[in-house]
Design a protein around this ligand. Structure first.
Ligand SMILES: Cc1cc2nc3c(=O)[nH]c(=O)nc-3n(C[C@H](O)[C@H](O)[C@H](O)COP(=O)(O)OP(=O)(O)OC[C@H]3O[C@@H](n4cnc5c(N)ncnc54)[C@H](O)[C@@H]3O)c2cc1C
Length: 408
C-alpha cells in the first residue's frame, strides 16, 4: 500500500505523519497529532500493542497531557492515586523524608499523580486511537529504513516496512532505546549498561497483612541498591521495582525470568517489610532487566525526520520520568507542527523546546543512581539533606505544562 504524498508547507491538519513505534510515546503522539487534525500512521513491530505486566508512575506533568486527550475518566477508573511519596532507610525502615501527593498534588499542580499498570495505560491509549478516524495502526510492522526526499518541493519521507513502502510528510522515530530511526539518522551506537539491574514483581494485596503497605510511592535506600513499591490496579496489587548494582549481567528484556532465591539474597539483611513483599510476590511476575541509558544527544532529528521518547532520551528510571518525558514530547511536537507551516522548522523548534529539559532529567536520574545507593557517612549526610529539602523538590518538574510550551 502506498500513501499519497502531501505537499510541502502544509498546515498541521494537512499533514500525514508516520510514527515508528507504538509504545507509550508513539501512541500518545498519534493522539496529540490527531487532535490537531493530522492524519497519522503508527507502525509497531510487535504482533499487538502491549506493555509488560509492571506498573508505572504518571506524574502531574504528564497527567496534564493525558487529561487534555480526554482520558481522565479512564485513568481514574484504572489507576491508583497515591497519598504521597516517601524515602525509607533500608534496614531500620525509618522514614527519611515524605512528600504529600493526593489532593495536595491536585491543588498544587492542578493535576493528579497516578500509579497505573502499564497494560492498563496502553489499553487506554489504544482504545482512544480507535475513536479517531485520523489514526491508522499497523502491527507486525517493523520499520526497517527510511528515506527523506529533501530536494523536491513535494518532499516527504518514505519508510520501508517488510515489502511495503509507505510515504508521509514526516517521520517520528518513537521506537525506543534501540531506535532504528535514530541509527538511520546518526549511525549505530549501542546504549550503555548502567551497572544496574532492575527486578520487577507484582504482589497481590490479598496476600499481605492489612496496612503493611501505606498508600504511597515508597523508595527504600540502601548501599548499592534500592527498592521501590507502589499500588496499582486500584490497590489490588503492589508493584515492586528492586534495583541492584550488578556487573556483568546485561540482558535487556522484560521477559527474562528472575530467580526468587537470587532476589532474596540480593536483599538479605533488609527490613522485614521488604521480605514480606518478596515472599508474597507472584512468582510468575518476577523478571529482571538490565538498565541501559544514553548520554543526552546534541541533536535529535534532521529535516522531516525526528525522534521522540526513549529513542532520543532514554533514562534511568530513578526520577520516574521516562514515559512522562515521552508524553510531554507528544504534546510539544503536536503544538509545534500546528503553529508553523514549515515542517522541518517545526521539528527543529520541537527539539529546541525539549532538549534542555530532557537532558537535565537524564542527568538527574544518573545522579540519583549514585545518591540512592550511598552508604556510611555519605548516606547519613544525604538523609539529613533529604529531610531538610521539604516538599518542593519536584515542583518545577511537575508544574511543566507541555500543552503551553510552544507559547513560551
Ligand atoms: C524499571 C523501569 C521503571 C520505569 N518506571 C517509570 C515510571 O514510573 N514513570 C515513567 O514515566 N517512566 C518510567 N520508566 C521509563 C518508561 O518505561 C520509558 O521511558 C517509556 O516506556 C518509553 O516509551 P517509548 O514509547 O519512548 O519507548 P518504548 O516503550 O520502548 O516503545 C517503543 C516501541 O517501538 C517498538 N519498536 C521498536 N523498534 C521498532 C521498529 N523498528 N519498527 C516498529 N516498531 C518498533 C517497540 O516494540 C515498542 O513498542 C521506567 C523504566 C524502567 C526500565
Amino acid at each position: 500500500m502506498l500513501h499519497k504524498e502531501a505537499e510541502l508547507n502544509s498546515s498541521a491538519n494537512d499533514l500525514h505523519v508516520l510514527i515508528a513505534g507504538g509504545g507509550i510515546g508513539g501512541l500518545t503522539t498519534a493522539l496529540c497529532l490527531a487532535k490537531r487534525g493530522c492524519r497519522v500512521s503508527v507502525f509497531e513491530q510487535a504482533s499487538e500493542f502491549s506493555e509488560v505486566g509492571a506498573g508505572i508512575q504518571l506524574s502531574p506533568n504528564c497527567s496534564r497531557v493525558l487529561h487534555d486527550l480526554g482520558l481522565e475518566e479512564q485513568l481514574r477508573t484504572k489507576a491508583f492515586l497515591p497519598e504521597g511519596s516517601q524515602f525509607r532507610h533500608w534496614r531500620t525502615g525509618e522514614v527519611i523524608s515524605e512528600s504529600v501527593l493526593g489532593e495536595t498534588a491536585l491543588k498544587k499542580y492542578g493535576m493528579p499523580y497516578y500509579h497505573i499498570h502499564r497494560g492498563d495505560l496502553l489499553k487506554i491509549l489504544v482504545d482512544a486511537t480507535k475513536n479517531r478516524s485520523e489514526i491508522e495502526l499497523h502491527v507486525n510492522a517493523s520499520v526497517e529504513s527510511f528515506h527523506e526526499e529533501r530536494a523536491a518541493r513535494s518532499g516527504g519521507v518514505t519508510i520501508q516496512v517488510g515489502d511495503t513502502r509507505y510515504e508521509g510528510d514526516l517521520l517520528i522515530g518513537a521506537d525506543g532505546i534501540r531506535s532504528v530511526v535514530r541509527a538511520g539518522l546518526w549511525g549505530e551506537q549501542n546504549p550503555r549498561y548502567t551497572g544496574n539491574v532492575a527486578w520487577r514483581a507484582m504482589v497481590p494485596v490479598a496476600r499481605l497483612p492489612k496496612g503493611l503497605i501505606r498508600p504511597m510511592s515508597t523508595a527504600w535506600w540502601g548501599p548499592r541498591k534500592h527498592f521501590v513499591h507502589y499500588y496499582v490496579r486500584r490497590g489490588d496489587f503492589v508493584n515492586c521495582v528492586c534495583v541492584v548494582e550488578k556487573a556483568g549481567w546485561d540482558v535487556e528484556s522484560w521477559t527474562e525470568p528472575g530467580d526468587y532465591a537470587e532476589l532474596k539474597s540480593d536483599f538479605a539483611g533488609w527490613h522485614s517489610d521488604i521480605h514480606q513483599l518478596i515472599d508474597n510476590a507472584d512468582r510468575d511476575s518476577l523478571f529482571k532487566w538490565a538498565l541501559y541509558d544514553r548520554p543526552p544527544m546534541r541533536h535529535w532529528g534532521q529535516g522531516r525526520v525526528t525522534l521522540l521518547g526513549d529513542a532520543c532520551h532514554p533514562t534511568l528510571p530513578f526520577m520516574a520520568q521516562g514515559a512522562a518525558m515521552a508524553i510531554e514530547d507528544a504534546a510539544v511536537i503536536a503544538g509545534c507542527l500546528a503553529s508553523n507551516d514549515d515542517t522541518a522548522a517545526s521539528l527543529q523548534h520541537y527539539e529546541a523546546l525539549r532538549r534542555g529539559r530532557t537532558a537535565s532529567i537524564q542527568n538527574g536520574s544518573r545522579r540519583n543512581a549514585t545518591v540512592f545507593h550511598l552508604s556510611g557517612i555519605k548516606a547519613w549526610l544525604r538523609n539529613r539533606a533529604a529531610r531538610s529539602a521539604g516538599n518542593h523538590t519536584m515542583d518545577k518538574l511537575y508544574r511543566y505544562n507541555a500543552l503551553e510550551a510552544t507559547n513560551v
